[in-house]
Every structure is written in C-alpha cells, then in structure tokens.
Design a protein around this ligand. Structure first.
Ligand SMILES: *Cc1c(COP(=O)(O)O)cnc(C)c1O
Length: 395
C-alpha cells in the first residue's frame, strides 16, 4: 500500500490540513453510514436495532479493530464515553490496586484534563492521595517506592516529545507502581506495543489520528490478567455481567466489558467503525516512516527560511510523535494568519505553533507549500493585522 491515501478523505479544496492531531478530517462515505444508521436502523428497526443492527456489540467490535493499532490483543479494549472519563476509570481502578501507596505521578507536560481528573479523584476519595508533576525530563528520579500509580501521556500534546513506553513502564513496575498510558496522540500516529509493554492500563481518544469525528467514543485498555479483579468506579448497567437481568446489585462483566458504563453513542460508533477502514492494508510502521519523512522535510524548509521560529519539538524524529511545534512569541496571531492562507495548524498557550503530520492524506508537496506559507507569514509580519489578534474560544 502506498501513502498517501487522499481519496479516502473528503478534504476541502485549497486547504493543507496539519491539524489531524486535534481533529481528523472526514473519511469519505461517512455520510452514507450515518444515513444508514438513521434510516435503516434507528428509523426502521427502532428499539429492535439494539439486537438486529448489532448496536449492543458495536463497542466490542470496534474495540477489537482498535486493538491491533495499539499492539493489544482482541478483547482487551472497551469503547465509550470521552477520554477524560476513561482517564478517571483507569486511575480509580489503579489506586485501589495499591492501597499501601498514596502518590499518583504524572508530569508537568501532561494534558490538563488528565491532571484535572486526577485532582478530582483525589478530592473524591479524600484518603491522603496526592499528585506529583515533575518536568518530563525529571521523571526517572521521581518514580520512587512512594508512587502507587504512574499516569503519563505517551506523546506530549505541546512539544510532541515521545516518552519511552517500555523503559518507563519497567521503571514503574520495578518501583511497585501501576502504569497508565494515555495514547491520545499515539493511536494512529506511532506504533505502540501495549501488550509487550505490560502496562496495566491505556486510554485514548478516537477523534484525533483515528478520524472518528468530534465526540467520537474513547477507548480503554486493561491488561487481560487484571480484568477479573478490577473494581470499576463507574459501575454502570452496561458494565454489568447481565444488564437485562435488572439485578439490584452491581456484578461486573467478566470481560473488558466491565469498563463500559451506559448507553454507547451509536451513531458516533458507526462513524468510527467506518473511519477505521482507512487502516486496512496499511501498517503503523509505514505510517510512521512517512510521517517522520514529512516532519523532517517541514522542519528543514522552515529553518532554512525563518530563523525566528524556534523548534520546540525534539530534533531527533525517533524521539517525537507525529507533530512538530515551533515556539514564536506572537504564535497565536501568526497561526491565525497561516490559517487564513489555507494551512490549518493550531496554537497552544503560551507560544506554541503546532503542526500535525498525517501521511494518510498529506504528501511532500503539501508540506513544502505549508512551510512556504508559514515562513512567509512570519517573515512578512502580516500577522500584525488586527483581524489576526482576536482570540477565539478554541485555539
Ligand atoms: C485530546 C486529549 C484529551 C481530551 O479529552 P476529552 O475527554 O476527549 O475531551 C485528554 N487527554 C489528552 C492527553 C489529550 O490529548
């Protein structure tokens, strides 16, 4: 299979899309999928669709399609809810597995929602747990025997810096801690070997590199030997062993299904199922090799023309995920001006201009053109115009 596979996506004319790391574009044919669910399933079958159209099994089926993309065995991935909720579920289960410890360790580069969920959980259990967030480069020394849970995002959302999953998981286990990986910027971007890492939990979302659309369901992986003893904090009826027995007491499902909570988002699940077709016949290794080549080319083009943009990502492509960030003091306005010229990236406070490389629908010519526009905007100072200074809610 050769990359890119632009024919599998509906991208607007005249746009170079470097933000698939925030929201993947529309996979071609998804409208027909939605129409089918609305008309043939919901519209025609009504409540019967839960059985007739496979709505009840869809989360398992889709989880089994995500598993190979993250190096996990079938039956280990449950779908539903949002990533923030899945972070909470993993953390809540993990702290129960280490009753003699009181420290959750993350890092200061982690995505705020992951840290907020940890703070909320700590407040809820009110049992002496605390959250530590050293700088990512100081992690190794911070994994001590006080730590019960290490929770990290594999690829840093701001800089793209990639943690060494194997080595950190090993260090966490050597210290007696449970390991949780957030794969928000990894799933569909870089090869991940979850089973081989032996981490206890992993979580991720599907609207970034997996192109499931805004609001697509998140996923949670649980190492298979743990599921039987795992106590779900969010003990909803669809995680029950027999939801329709309507028993008064919660009894968790015997499989990864116990990480389900309530009614799954059926339409979004069908959209995601369709979006996953783009991975048929392409390996994550091919995608990774292509994304490294694209990002290397982008950096070279930008640096050759524009010394004012300071690379904020690791220079070694094997040490970063599928994004490249440049620090620029007026990065917000500069990014608005870049977007106005048809190159869509995004901005992360305080000063990061972020560009995602998604070889499924980007080629070398796109990257060269994007670099030309970015450097032209910065060098010309066009971003000083007032319309580029206005801040929107989403940056
Ligand atoms: C994108 C992202 C989130 C977003 O969480 P939602 O609940 O899906 O809004 C959380 N954590 C990380 C690390 C992310 O990159």
């Amino acid at each position: 299979m050769t990359l890119p596979r632009k024919d599998l996506f509906d991208l607007p004319e005249g746009v170079i899309y470097l933000d698939g790391n925030s929201l993947g574009p529309v996979p071609r044919g998804i409208g027909d999928v939605v129409q089918r669910v609305l008309h043939d399933e919901w519209g025609t079958e009504l409540i019967r669709a839960w059985n007739n159209a496979g709505w009840m099994e869809a989360p398992q089926r889709v989880g089994d399609r995500i598993a190979p993309l993250i190096g996990a065995a079938p039956g280990t991935v449950a779908m539903g809810d949002t990533l923030s909720i899945k972070v909470f579920q993993a953390l809540a289960a993990a702290i129960k597995m280490r009753p003699d410890r009181r420290v959750i360790l993350s890092d200061s580069g982690n995505f705020p929602s992951d840290l907020y969920m940890a703070q909320g959980l700590i407040g809820l259990v009110d049992d002496g747990w605390s959250l530590r967030t050293p700088a990512p480069e100081d992690l190794a020394e911070a994994i001590t025997e006080e730590v019960g849970v290490v929770m990290l995002t594999h690829v840093d959302y701001r800089t793209g810096r990639l943690h060494d999953m194997q080595a950190i998981t090993q260090a966490a286990h050597d210290a007696g801690a449970v390991m949780i990986w957030d794969l928000a910027h990894s799933a569909g971007a870089v090869p991940v070997a979850l089973d081989a890492s032996a981490c206890e939990f992993a979580v991720g979302c599907t609207y970034k590199y997996l192109n499931g659309g805004p609001g697509a369901p998140a996923f949670i992986y649980v190492r298979p030997d743990l599921i039987g003893d795992l106590e779900p904090a969010l003990s909803g009826w669809l995680g029950h062993e027999a939801p329709f027995a309507m028993e008064p007491a919660y009894r968790p499902a015997l499989s990864t299904e116990r990480m389900r909570v309530g009614t799954p988002p059926v339409v979004q699940m069908a959209m995601l199922d369709h979006a996953l077709d783009v991975w048929d016949g392409v390996t994550m290794e091919e995608v990774r090799a292509a994304s490294m080549a694209l990002s290397e080319r982008f950096i070279a083009e930008v640096e050759a023309r524009c010394p004012d943009l300071a690379l904020a990502s690791p220079r070694d492509p094997s040490k970063r995920g599928s994004q490249v960030s440049f620090a620029y003091p007026d990065g917000y306005a500069a990014m608005q001006a870049v977007i106005a010229r048809g190159v869509i990236g995004d901005f992360r406070a305080p000063d990061i201009m972020r560009f995602g490389f998604t070889p499924l629908y980007l080629d070398e010519a796109d990257v060269i053109e994007a670099a030309r526009i970015v450097t032209d905007v910065v060098n010309s100072g066009v971003w000083r115009e007032p319309q580029f200074q206005v801040r929107s809610r989403v940056t």
